[in-house]
Every structure is written in C-alpha cells, then in structure tokens.
Ligand binder design. Sequence first.
Ligand code: 5BU
Length: 250
Amino acid sequence: MQLSFSKSHHPVTEKLHHIVTSKKTNLALSADVTDSEALIRLVEQTADHIAVLKTHIDIVTDFTSLLTQRLRKLADEAGFLIFEDRKFADIGNTVCHQVRDGIYHIAEWADIINAHLLPGVGIIDGLKEGCKGRDIGLLLLAQMSSKGNLFSPEYTAKTVSEAEKNKDFIIGFIAQEKLTQDNDLITMTPGVNFDAKGDGLGQNYNTPEYVIGEKKSDIIIVGRGIYAAYKPAEAALSYKEQAWKLVERH
Ligand code: 5BU
C-alpha cells in the first residue's frame, strides 16, 4: 500500500501522513451541526475513526471560544487535524483579517484552511500573513461537488499550477479527482455518501469506491452520511473501514 501523498514537504502534511498511517484512516468528518454540545458529542463519538475534523464554525449558533479550545484539545488527544472549511474568497488584506481576527480567530486553532483562487494570488499571501506563527496548510478549491458549479477545466488547471508554485503554504486541493502527479499535494473530496445520490439542494454524491478507487483521491469528506446516521460512531467506522480498504488495494 502506498499513500499518494508524501510525508515531508510541509509540517501539516507530515502530521496528516502520520495520523492516516497510524490510525489507518483517510476519513474526514464534516461535522456540520449547529449546536456546540452536539458538535462536541459527535466528535467524541467519532474521534478514533477520523484523520480530519472539518468544521463550519460560523454555523454554530451558540459559539464561544470555549468550543474551539475544546475541539483543539480533543484533536491533540485523539490525533486528528482540524480543517475549517471557510472557503476564503476576498482580497489578501481582507482574508488576512478573516483568518486571524473577528470572533473566530481561525488561525489560532485550525490546522487546515481553504480558499478560492478567484480573487487572484493575493489571497494566498494574505492568508499566509494571517496564519503566521502556527503550522497551517492551505487547500485550494479546484473543483466542487455541487450541480451547475462554475469551475471550468481552465480554472481548475490554474489552481493546480498556483499550488505547485506555493508548496510552502499550499498542501493540496479540494477536488473531485486527483489533479496532479505531484505527490506533495493532497486531494480531499467532499460529496461522498454510501446511500444518497444528492440532497435536493444541489449536492452530488459519489461512493468511496468511485472517489478513491477510480478518481484516486486521498481523503474522503463525509458529512450527513455520518452525523445524520442513526448511530454516527458506527457510520464513521464503516466509512473508515471501506475507505481504508480501498487505499490498501490501490
Ligand atoms: P455532506 O453532508 O456530506 O453533503 O457535507 C459535505 C460537506 O462538504 C459540507 O460541509 C459542504 O460545505 C462541503 N463541501 C461540499 O459538499 N462540496 C464541495 O465541493 C466543497 C465543500 Br468545496
């Protein structure tokens, strides 16, 4: 078995590689719940099965900084990285503030963040500036899972070439398939579900077999397939086991 991302080019990639290989999981949980206690409970139940916890911190209705402190503690104890799926999309100066300041202080607790390249390369420098002082890796949005999205092959190719030029900060992509032979760059793929094909609001789902086996993604991102399941811990375990089997086979 060979993971397709290398372990040494960036401190966050190195940590992720260690977690993935030692816990034998390439599962990211997208914990899109809106209540702090429910979020903590979900993470406690699934922590052993995940390599990455993906948050949308701005959907939590009762947010206080205690929540991110508790998530950070759980991450350090159970061994997973925290990926805040904020999808930055503004000029460098603004995203620098958005990642560092406001009420969320994302740069104080996240390991991974993501951004659209749409505004131009200044967004990379702005985020890098806002993340100074901690090891944080940036994923570029290269493709999306949703129906009718406006990503073109040219735009996707441009994100790949900018990532290849900025590997001191960029660790890979959110995409629907592996887009580069450069194994320093990770591919994480959302829109994964065993059962559903979509959600009535434009989401498209694929199976782990398709995403890992055929599209050669490294990490699957699963939200409702886990947190909306009757038993989230069991669902997380089965996504983990199935995805890991595919990594071992390919
Ligand atoms: P779901 O419940 O498995 O559908 O959740 C998917 C998550 O991944 C959700 O948090 C989205 O915001 C996120 N996502 C996505 O679904 N598709 C994309 O292309 C990107 C992010 Br980028």
